[in-house]
Structures are given as structure tokens and as C-alpha cells.
Write a protein that binds this ligand. Sequence first.
Ligand code: ASP
Length: 584
Amino acid sequence: MYRSQTCGQLRSSDINKEVILSGWVQKVRDKGFMIWADLRDRYGITQLIFDEERTSKEIMDQAKSLGREFVIQIQGKVIERSSKNPNMPTGDIEILVTNLVILNKALLPPFTIEDQTDGGEDIRMKYRYLDIRRNPVKNNLIFRHKVTMEVRKYLSDQAFIEVETPYLIKSTPEGARDFVVPSRMNEGQFYALPQSPQTFKQLLMVGGMDKYFQIVKCFRDEDLRADRQPEFTQIDCEMAFVEQEDILHVFEGLTRHLLKEIKGIEIGDFPRMTYDDAMQKYGNDKPDIRFGMEFGELNAVAQHKDFAIFNDAELVVGIAVPGGAAYTRKEIDALIDWVKRPQVGAKGMVYAKYNEDGSFKSSVDKFYDEKDLSLWAEATNAKPGDLICVLSGETHKTRTQLSALRMELAQRLGLRNKDEFAPLWVVDFPLLELDEETGHYHAMHHPFTSPKPGQLELLDSDPGAVKANAYDLVLNGNEIGGGSIRIHDKETQATMFRHLGFTEEEAKSQFGFLMDAFQYGAPPHGGLAFGLDRLVAILGGQETIRDFIAFPKNNSGRDVMIDAPAFIDDAQLKELNLKLDIQS
Ligand code: ASP
């Protein structure tokens, strides 16, 4: 028996008990005649005491040889601690050690295994197994487990069945590049790893499974913008015989359940907003509604004077920054520089201070009088003391830029409170999205999304105007899930592929299996997927999903611990009938 208790378990009620504990040596304090060691396992830390008067010489000597992170087993008696530590659950007791076995020695770890470590991100990733011993990482993994278990419990109670789907499959277009795997047995052919189990879950609906879920890895080969992982986990779901309303109901229930069980927060009905409204009011399809600063469109009140920049713009739009009238010239100049950074891309920014005394002072006083500016204040809902920031230009770009400014200012003003949770359904997404570079439309969600009833005809005349029963769940400005009602008949699916630029042959070779299945009694169906990593990070009140993944990859898609990806040897290449063509 390695242990009778864990290192987090013993209390003063256990005094005089004989116990056996196993764990890692957190630290040793050697006073010569007395040695204290902290013994750590997943459950906590227990103080050990070795005392010359009561511990044998042999054990004393062994205790002196202990180093950090040695794995040991001890036997001893629980005694009352003379100087108690109220900050530790086991702080009232210590173990007077009578026997010690060193189960394994350890090299000195390259960083301290403490809550506040001296190790930087890179070294901690290389030795992630040591990092996992630290409370912050360990607790995040335990937290993730709790969320995952609650998801399984909730969905299972609602009659969902968890079904595994294969990883070695064929392209599932979700808007990223595929990771591919060469097939040894099928010369020259490749599997693609699923970007999501999309087609399989639809086939499960054709198979009559009715309510499916899976907590599943998905793989997307995309440039790793901030806080993305090439493999990530989804809570993937699909239901048959449902309308959008049924799906929103179930998954609003799941989210509410998680907020209640995990955070102890009860939230009423989630607000809903159309995609068009979200874009107009927040310049963003995943608005953070924990704070206001809604957009006010100013075309009507700013395009009647001689200010050419505004007159020539498709959109003039502003936000009111609470308390911003007090900003100094320097602070405002810094904001202007901020919006002009290439990442934001604005050409400039017009501002108007709405002073506490009700007067206005703007950067365009030459063109606009107080009366004009008071109309700007009305449109942006500005109060005395606010700063009105105005951008102008092409509609979509300007909205995106102002949205970036809104988020940045909210962050600076402390309006993005991580303990507040503001879910929102964004609904009625466009079916298609124009790719500005190629001039082609592609599916905004994915090619299996159904147009709203009666809108199929519009595909020819005005493709950009077609709306879909597609929805996203947004939490605190993050998209945590999205889905749609699917196409479930062959003809519509074929039409959709045609509009997305697939030839009939291409559609058949890539998705023939799905269109075939639709001919054998496919029920109406729909679903969604939640990003588990992000959901867990948000519920955990943290920013980066990496912190909630046991073995994450870095920004270049590398696992620096196992050093992957890696070259394979010639024999393996040959077996796979592959030749590399790389410039060295
Ligand atoms: N497959 C979709 C995704 O990964 C989710 C869905 O439509 O159910 O985003």
C-alpha cells in the first residue's frame, strides 16, 4: 500500500493516527536536529517532521538527502503542530516520520513548482509535466473536467447519446485548411482529419440517432492567430426533427446549467440580436454586451456641412466614451495613433468632447457648431463628461475599426468584468459571405447550412442577401458556439454546392455520400458546436485557452515538449510512397 491518506486530507481529528503518505517533496528545511519537509500530491500539502530525538539516525540521514521533487513514501504518526498554519487545510497537524522510502530521486526542476513560478512560458511548456504539478495548471485541468462532466450529465439527461465519429476521414469544409494523413495501404491517397464531425453527425441523424453529442477533437490547419490551437475540442451536437427555436432552447439550457453549477450564477432568458443589428450597433458579430458604448450612426447629422471626409464616406459612426471628456490632448492623440495602427487600419479619428458643463469642443469645430455636436451626442447616447469618437469610410471596414476601438477602450476602462457573464444569441446570419480577394461567395457557416425558408430563389439574384437559420452563442464578446439548421434534401444541397463554385463532379466526389444519404429518408435536422476550450477559459475567468489544455501547442503549432512535428525517416516515407521536395 502506497498511502493510507492523501496529502490534503489529515486534520487535527486525525491526531495520533498512524498513516502512510506518498508524494513529491515540495521543500525541505534542515535545522540539523530537526528537519521539516513539505510533502505534496494532487490533493494538497502535508508537513513532515523528522526529529533527532524521536526519529532514527538512519531516517534522519535519509531525510537530509531529500531534494526537491523527490518521490517518497513515509510512515508516521499524526501529531499536533506547534506553530499552526491557518492558511493550509492540513495546517494544524504534521507527521512525525518513523519510516521513509525514497521511491524515486529527481533532478532539480528547471523552474520552481510554486503557484508563482520563476519559469517563463517556454520552459514551462517544454516541461509541461512539471508545470501540471503547479496549482494554477492543475486546478485548471480539474476545472475543465468539472465543466466536461456537467456537459455530459446535462445532455445525457436530455436523452442525447454520445457517439464517437472517425478521425481518419475526408475533407469537412469549415473554412480552414485540412491536416492530411497519407494512407500506406492506399497508395497516393490521403485522409483528412476532421475540421469538425459535421457530415458524420448529419449522417447519424439520417441513421435515426435523433439527439447526438460528442466531446471531440477537431483539427484545423490555420495560421495561429492569438489563442487558437490546431487541435481543439468541441462539444458537438445534432438533433433531428427540430427547428432553430428547439436548438436554442436546449443549448441555452445547457449554458444556463453550466453557469449555475460551475459559477453559481443564475441567468434568465438570453437576449437575442440579429446579425444585422449586431453589426450595426457593435460593428461585430460577437458583441460584448457587458457594457454599452453602442454605435451611433451620424450620416444624417454629419453630412450636411463642408467636411469632405465625412461627406465622401459611406458611413460616419461614433461611440461615446464614458468620462472621456477629461482626456488630455496627449491621451486623445495616443488614441488616434491607436486606431491608425495597421492592425486597426483607420485613416484618422474625429472627436468631440462633451464637457461636464454641457459645452462641446471638437477636432472639427471649423465645420460643426454646438448644435450639430449636440445631435452627435444624441445619436451616440453621450452624456456630459463623455468623449465622442467618430470614424468614417466604407461601412464594413469602419464598423470593424470602431468595434476594435470600443473593445480597447472598454478594456482600459475596466468595463470587461470577468466575473460578469453576458450571454447573447446572434441569429439570422447571412448564408454566404463575399471573399473580397477572389470575388467569390463562400459559406459563412458551412456548405450544409440551409437558407431560410423561401430564400433559395434569392441565391441567383442577390446571394449576399440570403439569410440562414444560423446562430452563434456569444459570451462576453467571445463566440463560444455556433450552428445551423441543415439542408436535408439532395437538390438543395446540390444547388448550394453549385453556388459555392463546386462543379457537379467535385460535389459528387467530395460529398456524394451525404447527398446519397439524403435520398434515403433524411429527417429535418440541425445542431451546433461549442468550443470547449474557450468556454472553459471564460468560465474560469481567464484569457488563454492554452492554460486549460494539458498539452497545448505553441504559436507555430509545435509541441515543444515532445518536439513535434518532426521529420520521418526515409523508410517511412518510402512505405508511404512519399518524396519530399524541400529546399534546404
Ligand atoms: N460544424 C460546425 C462548426 O464546427 C458546428 C455546427 O454547425 O454544428 O463550427
